[in-house]
Design a protein around this ligand. Structure first.
Ligand code: EPU
Length: 455
């Protein structure tokens, strides 16, 4: 590596755009990386700080741009954010929460999907909220109808404007509600939790998402004084309370990042120790990893991943927890291009999460995407209308190519494909990886990847 690596994001500063990586492949990734708190918990726990009367401390916060966006949005609403008492911890003081100016909020439009979760907390604190147009990865339509329907059930009025969404309590306290989600959406479940905890009365949420990050958010809210019980069959009961206090919490580890590095070890025939990874939250991933020819050793402070012999084809259906996460499939697909035989990946959560395979095909992979899924064969997950399936036939040597990163997990996969390929690739738009992978380039460097940053 010759060019200095730019991936430590100063607090609140959005990353530069347009970086290109020149990657020379064919070298196995070997070494150790450490994963911090989960993007998909830390950002939500940060929003929860708005609900407390006193300051909260979150530990193991990853230095990623999604965290920077949420921090900045909290700050424009009057939350004072300071460094905590150990590296990677942040303290949030919500004593002076206030309405923000439209321009300040609008500056965050398109930057992240998390702002939709500000609705309930801001309604409780201020009686009104304005949420800018959302961003996030372009992996499907990503509607917010479940969120808005739930907020209406709590008694909020919701007005859709060209620039965003305006919400109001109409001067009365939000009340508990009976909510049945049409699909166990992660975001909508969080929306209900963050709103119900301070609503008057009991909320019963059916068909809730039960991802480990949701359970960790429930733990955060319980520390704040909330009363939340979890019943069988995806039912969550929330008894609203009038006041909540701050919390002190260490975030659950980022199992998406851990699975990404595991697949990178598999694809490049390397060996990666992922510090901070834990077995319990990754059981489903580890089963598939093993079936695909992976070997792992669960240790006290992390998990060691590598291949065991030849890679083998697998059939995977993405699903809500405890199924195989949609975020795990893209890096795994890169490894499956090197497996002997035909693998199938059914994507059942998002309608556009196989777009990244175009670049792999350009690099020499044999991947056919069936836009309406595959009808035949026994299935565990019931078919959804938006389903797609990728049939990957291997092994196919990959060769370097010029590719553009489409989204967070797809982008990670492109970088891993380039590291697996013969020759040089130019991968552009890699700044998007800052959304979810802390110090990504430094980690690649530590694992022995051969690359330069071009500007
Ligand atoms: N959906 C609706 N209406 C809604 C909400 C969701 O139809 O109002 C649909 C979505 O279109 C999708 C499905 O429900 O087809 C699942 O969406 P969900 O709400 O569960 O996803 P999310 O909350 O938007 C989070 C993570 C994603 C992760 C999914 C699934 C965050 C910020 N994002 O998204 O993470 O893939 O859950 O586990 O927590 C990533 O980390 O790269 C990422 C995309």
């Amino acid at each position: 590596m010759t060019t200095p690596v730019r991936d430590a994001l100063p607090d609140g500063v959005p990353p530069l755009t347009g970086d290109v990586l020149a990657i020379r492949g064919g070298r196995p990734l070997r070494g150790r990386v450490d994963v911090k708190g989960a993007k998909n918990l830390a950002t939500k726990a940060m929003v929860a700080t708005l609900l407390g009367d006193t300051a909260s401390t979150l530990r193991d916060v990853p230095a990623i741009s999604d965290v920077a966006v949420v921090r900045s949005l909290l700050e424009v609403h009057g939350v004072r954010v300071t460094e905590g008492d150990e590296p990677g911890s942040l303290t949030f003081d919500p004593s002076d929460v206030e309405s923000a100016h439209f321009e300040e909020i609008d500056a965050h439009a398109g930057a992240s999907r998390i702002p939709i979760l500000f609705c309930g907390p801001l309604l409780h604190r201020l009686g009104q909220a304005f949420i800018p147009d959302l961003g996030g990865c372009r992996i499907g339509d990503r509607p917010i109808d479940f969120h808005l329907d739930a907020l209406r059930k709590f008694g909020a009025t919701v007005e859709k404007l060209p620039s965003g969404i305006r919400l109001s309590t109409g001067g009365t306290r939000l009340h508990g509600a009976n909510i049945h989600l049409p699909y166990p959406s992660v975001g909508a479940t969080e929306q209900v939790l963050l709103t119900a905890v301070r609503a008057e009365g009991v909320t019963e949420l059916r068909n809730a998402a039960i991802e480990p990050e949701i359970m960790d958010l429930i733990a955060v809210l319980q520390k704040m004084g909330a009363i939340i019980s979890y019943e069988p069959n995806r039912v969550i009961l929330i008894e609203g309370v009038e006041k909540l206090r701050g919390y002190d919490h260490r975030s659950i580890f980022d199992r998406n990042e851990a699975a990404s590095w595991a697949s990178a070890a598999l694809a490049t025939d390397g060996e990666i120790f992922v510090g901070g990874a834990k077995q319990q939250e990754m059981l489903t991933f580890l089963n598939v990893f093993r079936k695909a020819g992976g070997w792992f050793d669960i240790q006290e402070d992390g998990i060691l991943f590598r291949r065991e012999g030849e890679l083998k084809p697998v059939v995977v259906e993405t699903d809500v927890h405890p199924g195989f996460m949609t975020d795990w499939q893209q890096p795994l697909v890169v490894a499956l291009t090197q497996a002997e035989g035909r693998s199938i990946v059914h994507e059942t959560v998002y309608e556009n999460r196989l777009g990244f395979t175009d670049a792999l095909v350009k690099m020499g992979a044999d991947i056919v995407v069936h836009p309406r899924g595959l009808q035949a064969g026994p299935r565990r997950v019931p078919r959804r209308d938006l389903e797609q399936a990728a049939v990957i036939t291997g092994p196919t040597p990959l060769r370097g190519a010029d590719i553009v990163v489409p989204d967070l997990r797809g982008g990670y996969s492109h970088v891993i494909a380039a590291l697996t390929a013969e020759g040089e690739s130019k991968v552009s738009g890699v700044d998007i990886l800052n959304r979810g992978y802390e110090k990504f380039l430094a980690k690649l460097d530590a694992l022995g990847a051969d690359f330069d940053v071009l500007r």
